[in-house]
Design a protein around this ligand. Structure first.
Ligand SMILES: [Zn+2]
Length: 225
């Protein structure tokens, strides 16, 4: 039985169901003029069991009392999964990925960190960037672009004198950007939230990497790419 058919067994009025990848709105219900419903559900609901579909049906019909809690629990249980899985919106024509550098293979680093810290469930594209962010005063070592689900690492880090733990700390940091939600405060988007910073410190060589950066930043800034 399709999910729409399942809904029809619970709802007296007709229903159209659409699945989305929207990360902020898990359920949106609209009542149409003919009394039927148009419902947008996050993809996670496509695999919901009977009890959850019943609860969503109640919710749609305005019986929110018992249903709200069942739905909330279902969303919480599934939310961790959706944050780390590749979502449909991310499947788009592949950007060219360059992972093999002269000294470091980003794919190898990514896979190692994925196994060590994320149970191997992280799926993000990674590539060497084009190195367009350095001035004499500042380098952005890495970036994560949510829209394309891609991590870019500055090619300045593909040097023999760069220790493994340092480049790993950069890749780990960018991986966290996929995992940790950004927060909007006073209309501003905060990416390095307290939660983010706390998770960042779980990296085994966190302190060592910070120290190394302090000691070597001048040398890095003097490299011309
Ligand atoms: Zn960051």
């Amino acid at each position: 039985m399709s999910i729409v058919e399942k809904f029809k067994t619970f709802l007296k009025k007709g229903v159209d169901v659409f699945f989305t990848d929207n990360r902020t709105t898990m359920i949106a219900v609209k009542r149409k003029t003919d009394g039927s419903y148009s419902v947008r559900l996050h993809n996670m609901f496509s695999e919901a069991g009977e009890d959850v579909i019943k609860a969503v049906s109640d919710y749609i019909e305005g019986k929110r009392r018992g249903s709200r809690e069942i739905i909330r629990r279902f969303i919480n249980d599934n939310f961790n999964k959706i944050k780390s899985l590749p979502l449909r919106q991310n499947i788009r024509p592949a950007a060219r990925l360059y992972t093999a550098g002269r000294f470091f293979d980003l794919k190898e680093i990514f896979d190692k960190l994925n196994k060590e810290y994320f149970n191997g469930v992280m799926a993000i594209k990674i590539t060497w960037g084009r190195g367009s962010y350095n001035s004499r005063r500042y380098i952005r070592f890495g970036s994560y672009t949510e829209k394309d689900d891609i991590i870019r690492i500055h090619p300045i880090l593909d040097r023999q004198f760069i220790p493994d733990f340092f480049i790993e700390s950069i890749v780990y940091h960018e991986m966290l950007h996929k995992l940790v939600k950004t927060r909007v405060e006073n209309g501003r988007r905060r990416v390095h939230t307290p939660e983010f910073k706390e998770m960042e410190k779980r990296f085994r060589d966190y302190e060592k990497a910070k120290e190394w950066e302090k000691e070597n930043i001048k040398r890095l800034l003097n490299i011309r790419t």
